[in-house]
Design a binder for this molecule. Sequence first.
Ligand SMILES: O=C(O)CCC(=O)C(=O)O
Ligand SMILES: [Fe+2]
Length: 343
Amino acid sequence: MEAASRVEMVSEGGLTEVPSQYVQPPDARPNLVDGAGDASAIPTISLSSSDSAREAIGRACRDWGAFHVVDHGVPIHLLDRMRSLGVSFFRDCPMEEKLRYACDSTSVASEGYGSRMLLGAKGDVVLDWRDYFDHHTFPLSRRNPCRWPVSPPDYRQVVADYGDEMKKLAQTLLGLISQSLGLPPSCLEEAVGVIYQNITVSYYPPCPQPELTLGLQSHSDMGAITLLIQDDVGGLQLFKDAQWLTVPPMSHAILVLVADQTEIITNGIYKSAQHRAITNANRARLSVATFHDPSKTAKIAPASHLITQVSPPCYKEVVYGEFVSSWYSKAPEGKRNLDALLC
Ligand SMILES: O=C(O)CCC(=O)C(=O)O
Ligand SMILES: [Fe+2]
């Protein structure tokens, strides 16, 4: 992707109207007049006791596909430092230096600094009002900190530590989610196989026309489980019961998003969360999403333990790499890529 297409560059210098490529079709625009509902009822689950967490996680995965966790064991100073390093890259690093980390525009999901372009509903191109930095952190064979910012001096170490902590938490959660369905604790993790982890820091500059744009269009994450932290600006919305609800920022909590492969493996008992990010006119917003995905060659299908004569498989088996290619070639549009696998 050319350097000129970073949102940060487009939005510089007192822009009053967004360029047409950023204007969403009318039915996808956020309704800022009536405002979104509030998702403060989203469950907050303490992981201090596995027994009570299991049950609460089961309910949250069924009803919301998302929940906050607290008492998660990840040091709060690590969450804060990860956020502040993200801010320092996007806000303080000169553009010339940022572009040294530009991601490869010829391949999807490549590591580095970019601004993703997705196809619109009718094959037209609508751009998200978002720049990002993607880090590949697991398996260790993909981890090459030389591709990450060199300053501040602790940047690379913090990303590595953050990735390690998030992977441990993702494994704990996959175990609890399995058990909440009466499955052996290792069931989901075995179905996923080797965990591929990416850490994406998203930065949404202030937008002169937030009513016409989206920071990130409606989608569900394609992998198994996403762990997300955000700053205090707010803008992440969940689609629940035919309404968009804004997720309240909670600085010490981690938001868990059930992703598409978990919906397939649980045979649709647990739903992946449909979400999007809106923009605002006054403050830049930052989030850090840590994705835990299968390898491209993994075959994903409903867990055999959940298939009986009365509950046949609801999803066709899919090779994960093919799912990813279709997601990028057709654009997410809510959950349509997952729906295409329904039996
Ligand atoms: O910025 C956010 O809160 C959402 C980010 C997200 O959904 C993603 O990176 O997949
Ligand atoms: Fe997402």
